[in-house]
Write a protein that binds this ligand. Structure first.
Ligand SMILES: Nc1ncnc2c1ncn2[C@@H]1O[C@H](COP(=O)(O)OP(=O)(O)O)[C@@H](O)[C@H]1O
Ligand SMILES: O=P(O)(O)OC[C@H](O)CO
Length: 515
């Protein structure tokens, strides 16, 4: 049967998507399913790994059915995934021993404080490229081993496996035959030495994580295994590519040369700049991370990770209930001329780059008697653009490169108001491509390259086409005044939640004042 398509499985924070691409890199069909977000306590976020597998395998079958495509017409499957989210499962039964702890979850903030107190911050930054933060997988694995009954004992006997979502999906797609991850996902665990390209023994020891739990780390474009007989009615489709969703988007945006950058607006917002084979350390709160392992070499990127972007729009919809649909945010935001001095700082799970404040919390400032719903909606959208400017400034300083334009993608780039404001506040043009599902596209390209469906990166780069360019129009003075206001608003949000130690100290101080 002629191979006409590549199937990308895009397992995101809020939904599982399967997208079928043709040889032109065009979308043939999409199937998508949202799944449950579990918030057991303030600041904690979990997913059910079985629901992730169920929704992901479900949409994969559905997309073929809807498109009328037979599994044996699919040349390869590429996987891309929400990163850092941690699953630990029993090797023998294949059952998770705890829910997946999601990247946004803050429960391990105190383990991070301990690592810092033990003087490990510099070592971790130098060898993993990351800052010590609850965001990454390492402390989440430790939490599971420390808190699930019998887990540590089983892990030490080699009975438990760890994986991020890529690994969990590949394990299930191959019915327990293959336990692997790719370089880009490994670089988000805080356990992987990105200089030496191996799991870091010192960090594993400090966190008490047995190496036997960890997947084998492989290139991002390579056949890892084949789908088992049951998932696609007997077809053995090669699983031929994997990358974390942000790195996959960088690949899908054809940012193959050092200095090229993209920003993805999904639940969070992630700006990545390709730095080629050079590992650029950050002095300004960015991460150094692996972009991918392709063509026999590993390439690196600088990353600015913003935890809440499109999620602030979901919050307007689901919690405040002042919009019915994410796209309505554009309509309401453009009913007013400006935000009337209102700033929303969506530090719901702390602040990521460049602040790295696990104890920051959300704030709305600048309210006056005249502030209305539209101003709040507008300020929420503007917060996405301001956070992007924070990150862009850090990136320009770290890389020494002045960005001439920004390529964007992800669900929220459909919002024209947001894109125009983004260009205005950055002062550079914003290019929105025809295919904004670049995360899935990148995964498809990685898989297609591995099986010869596409020849090389040049062929792919030629397929990238712009849909619309937003040019900066805002007056320089107005722009800088607005941005200064944002910086002041961020100051108000920072360190809102006290650490346990600070809380005790505050209580003691209050008690001694009473005496
Ligand atoms: N028109 C819109 N305006 C603003 N935000 C939007 C719009 N459409 C979608 N979003 C936001 O984009 C996010 C979904 O984007 P997506 O790339 O699918 O995210 P993820 O991969 O993180 O699940 C949601 O948080 C949603 O609120
Ligand atoms: O699910 P997304 O698209 O918001 O991406 C999540 C990131 O991979 C987290 O690092």
């Amino acid at each position: 049967m002629e191979k006409k398509y590549v199937l990308a499985l895009d397992q995101g924070t809020t939904s599982s998507r399967a997208i079928l691409f043709d040889r032109e890199g065009k979308i043939v069909k999409v199937a998508q399913k949202e799944f449950t977000q579990i918030y057991p306590k303030a600041g904690w976020v979990e997913h059910d790994p079985m629901e992730i597998w169920g929704t992901q395998s479900g949409v994969a079958r559905e997309v073929l059915e809807y498109a009328g495509v037979r599994p044996d017409e699919v040349a390869a499957i590429g996987i891309t995934n929400q990163r850092e989210t941690t699953v630990v499962w029993d090797k023998n039964t294949g059952k998770p021993i705890y829910n997946a702890i999601v990247w946004q979850c803050r429960r391990t903030a105190d383990i991070c404080d301990e690592l810092r107190e033990r003087g490990l911050e510099e070592y971790i930054k130098e060898n993993t490229g990351l800052v010590v933060d609850a965001y990454f997988s390492g402390t989440k694995i430790k939490w599971i081993l420390d808190n699930v009954e019998g887990a540590r004992e089983k892990a030490e006997k080699g009975e438990l496996l760890f994986g991020n979502i890529d690994t969990w999906l590949i394990w299930n797609l191959t019915r327990g035959k293959v336990h692997v991850t790719d370089y880009s996902n490994a670089s988000r665990t805080m356990l992987y030495n990105i200089k030496e390209l191996k799991w870091d023994e010192k960090i594993l020891e400090e966190l008490g994580i047995p190496a036997s739990m960890l997947p084998e780390v492989r290139p991002s474009s390579e056949v890892y295994g084949y789908t088992d007989e049951k998932t696609f009615g007997g077809a053995k489709i090669p699983i031929a590519g994997a990358a974390g969703d942000q790195q996959a988007a960088l690949f899908g945006q054809a940012c193959y040369e050092p200095g090229m950058a993209k920003n993805t607006y999904g639940t969070g917002c992630f700006m990545l700049m390709n730095t080629g084979e050079e590992m650029v350390p950050s002095k300004n709160g960015l991460l150094t991370t692996i972009a991918w392992g392709v063509d026999g070499k590993v390439e690196y990127a600088l990353e600015g990770s913003i935890f809440i972007a499109g999620a602030v729009v979901q919050w307007l919809r689901d919690e405040l209930k002042i919009i019915h649909d994410a796209k309505d945010s554009e309509y309401f935001a453009t009913k007013v001329e400006d935000s009337n001095g209102v700033y929303v700082v969506p530090a719901f799970v702390g602040l990521g780059a460049p602040y790295w404040d696990m104890y920051a919390r959300g704030t709305i400032v600048g309210l006056t008697r005249g502030a209305n719903k539209n101003h709040i909606i507008r300020a929420a959208l503007e917060s996405i653009a301001y956070q992007t400017r924070d990150v862009l400034e850090a990136m320009q300083e770290d890389s020494g490169i002045d960005l001439q334009a920004l390529k964007v993608d992800g669900g929220a780039v459909a919002n024209n108001f947001l894109m125009q404001f983004q260009s205005d506040i950055l002062g550079v043009p914003v290019h929105r491509p025809e295919v904004t599902e670049t995360t899935a596209l990148g995964a498809a390209y990685l898989a297609g390259l591995a099986v010869g469906f596409w020849k090389d990166k040049n062929e792919i780069a030629n397929k990238w086409k712009v849909d619309r360019t937003f040019e900066a129009e805002m007056d320089e003075k107005v722009k800088e005044k607005l941005y200064k206001g944002w910086k002041r608003a961020v100051d108000r949000a920072r360190k809102w939640e006290l650490t346990e130690k600070e809380e005790l100290a505050a209580e003691e101080a209050a008690a001694s004042e009473d005496e």
